[in-house]
Design a protein around this ligand. Structure first.
Ligand code: ADE
Length: 227
């Protein structure tokens, strides 16, 4: 999958994408990540990308000409990609959306900054996505969140394919069951007996009950949605 990120701060991505699973995915040729510096499309000798808002108000707004030029250049080099603008006023991101995006041939993530995008820019994207009900200083962290959650679902990126299917949110309305490893006892707290005995059916039953209890405690809203 080819993933382009249009951003004013490409350096922000250097650490996270040069490590661990994202690095492995690139090394194996499963994901190709390309950073596009929005400043390269800026206007005039100062490469201007933003301006003051019509009608007044705080902050600066990203101008349509440089952003749309960057989107068009990215689309040409990544045909078939879905273009997603990161904005707190978009559709709420979810594991279901991550699964859908992981099947696409390409993705172009547009990270906004300042007060946001000139509204006319949004005509040139395919979707607008928010990673949650809080406001960040820009779309870079949301782009990293989306990229991470999508790339790990590309077949071959994780070790066992089962590990992606087994966890919280893959079963949409249930959090993941608790995990234990050695030591068998830690500061007086032992690993649950059922996990030590190795009866697969009993373990599966226990894990499901634990997942339901955890969901009831931390995310009762999910149980209300489930049948
Ligand atoms: N930009 C600023 N806050 C955001 C959020 N919560 N989701 C996506 N993009 C954003």
């Amino acid at each position: 999958m080819k993933i382009d990120i249009i951003t004013l701060f490409p350096d922000m991505f250097k650490g996270p994408f040069d490590m661990s699973m994202i690095w492995k995915a690139q090394d194996r040729g499963l994901a190709q990540i390309n950073l596009i510096n929005l400043r390269d499309f800026g206007l005039g000798t100062r490469h201007t990308v933003d301006d003051t808002p019509y009608g007044g108000g705080d902050g600066m707004v990203l101008k349509p000409e440089p952003v749309v030029a960057a989107i068009e250049a990215a689309r040409t080099a990544n045909p078939g990609a879905r273009v997603i603008a990161l904005t707190p006023s978009g559709h709420r991101y979810s594991q279901a959306m991550a699964a859908e995006l992981s099947e696409l041939p390409g993705l172009i993530l547009l990270a906004g900054h300042y007060e946001g995008f000139d509204e006319r820019i949004l005509t040139y994207v395919d979707d607008q996505v928010s990673i949650g009900d809080y406001v960040l200083t820009g779309g870079e962290l949301p782009a990293m969140v989306i990229l991470d959650s999508v790339v790990r679902l590309i077949p071959g990126v994780l070790g066992g394919e089962a590990s992606a299917a087994d966890e919280s949110f893959s079963e949409p309305d249930l959090l993941e069951y608790p995990h234990y490893t050695r030591p068998q006892e830690f500061r007086g707290e032992a690993v649950p007996e059922v996990l030590q005995n190795g009866h697969h059916a009993e373990i599966a039953k226990w894990r499901r009950a634990q997942a339901q209890a955890k969901t009831a405690k931390f995310r009762p809203d999910l149980l209300k949605n489930s049948n």
